[in-house]
Design a protein around this ligand. Structure first.
Ligand code: DAH
Length: 339
């Protein structure tokens, strides 16, 4: 048979087989051997070259070389597409040492929470946990959040059924703790909270908070300022300054928000502190007498302070994380940076 015709036959047959080839290293090697191997079909055809008349030899040789080259190129580019699809073809160097063990790490939120806990535990606070599914009474009513308050709106709160919610803050644990214990009380309550918010770089439908509550005789706002300023310095560095801005929460009176000096720009103004030089980090205040009444504590005898902070917010500031969603996606490229 004429070499050019046979070469064309081989090419077509090769392309057909390549198309139906299973992604299997052994099958791929067989195909390569069959066509391009030392005893393969192309080599076979080359061996017939000696019978070709001298005058036709250059042309026949050229056809054969082109055949070998085009099959090799097709084959190599097929292998490349497999690699880029992530198929494990095992055609690497088997003598290479294996990958080192991947070491897991503590999630940055857990790590931040551990740090927060340990600062307060050294100050004599104990850790308690409250329920994530709770009644209207614990999440709102006993905290002096009135019936018409926007926080109770279906838009903001996930209702499990009438009167039962996914807690919107860890403040519910204040009420559980006070109903179960007599004062003095000195607790922090970390945990997960839920809000029906649009998901964005800044907000997520669940996040974490740490609640703090200290109740004793003659607890003053000065005690609150002292403890929370100490916390900010332990958490973010001894040079951090704090300030307390008047604010409003239904369960504290007076209420405040604590800001700390922006350590990203040394208070010169940057886009993280929105050119204010201060970063808002938590809400706090003196426990409202109405809250004491709902748990049967006599506000004449007891006073106390409470505070609440978002763990994600603290972690984002501490590690310079710009998108809150990264904490929940489990992407090891993100998590691996904290190992
Ligand atoms: N519960 C508030 C929130 O989710 C945070 C908070 C503010 C808690 C002031 C407190 C407090 O205990 O005193 O935004």
């Amino acid at each position: 048979m004429h070499i050019a015709v046979r070469a064309e036959e081989i090419r077509e047959q090769f392309l057909q087989e390549l198309e139906g080839l299973p992604h299997d290293a052994h099958q791929i090697k067989l195909l390569k051997d069959k066509y391009l191997g030392r005893k393969g079909l192309v080599a076979d055809l080359f061996s017939t070259l000696k019978d070709v008349p001298v005058k036709d030899k250059p042309n026949a040789g050229k056809i054969l070389n082109e055949l070998r080259q085009s099959l090799s190129i097709k084959f190599e580019s097929y292998i490349k597409t497999l690699d880029s699809n992530g198929e494990n073809m095992n055609h690497g160097d088997l003598t290479l040492p294996e990958d080192p063990y991947l070491i897991g790490g503590i999630h940055p939120l857990t790590h931040t929470l551990n740090e927060i806990n340990s600062i307060f535990i050294k100050l004599g606070f104990s850790t308690v946990y409250g329920p994530e599914v709770d009644t209207d009474f614990f999440n709102f009513e006993a905290l002096n959040i009135p019936k018409h308050h926007p926080a109770r709106d279906m838009q903001d709160t996930f209702y499990v059924k009438d009167g039962v919610v996914l807690r919107t803050h860890t403040s519910n644990t204040q009420i559980h703790t006070m109903l179960k214990n007599d004062p003095p009380i000195k607790i922090i309550a970390p945990g997960r909270v839920f809000r029906n918010e649009d998901i964005s770089v800044r907000s997520y439908c669940l996040f974490h908070q740490v609640e703090g509550l200290y109740i004793d005789k003659n607890v003053s706002f000065a005690d609150l300022k002292g403890v929370l300023s100490h916390f900010a310095r332990e958490m973010f560095g001894q040079n951090v300054k704090t300030r307390f801005r008047p604010s409003y929460f239904p369960f504290t009176e007076p209420s405040a928000e604590m800001d700390m000096s922006c350590f990203f720009c040394d208070q010169k103004g940057c886009n993280i502190c929105k050119y204010e030089g201060w970063l808002e980090i938590l809400g706090c205040g003196m426990v409202d007498p109405e809250v004491f009444k709902s748990v049967d504590y006599n506000p004449e005898n007891w006073s106390g302070y409470a505070f609440g902070m978002g763990i994600e917010r603290i972690a984002m500031l501490k590690y310079g994380v710009k998108d809150i969603r990264l904490f929940y996606e489990g992407d090891t490229r993100f998590l691996g940076q904290f190992v």
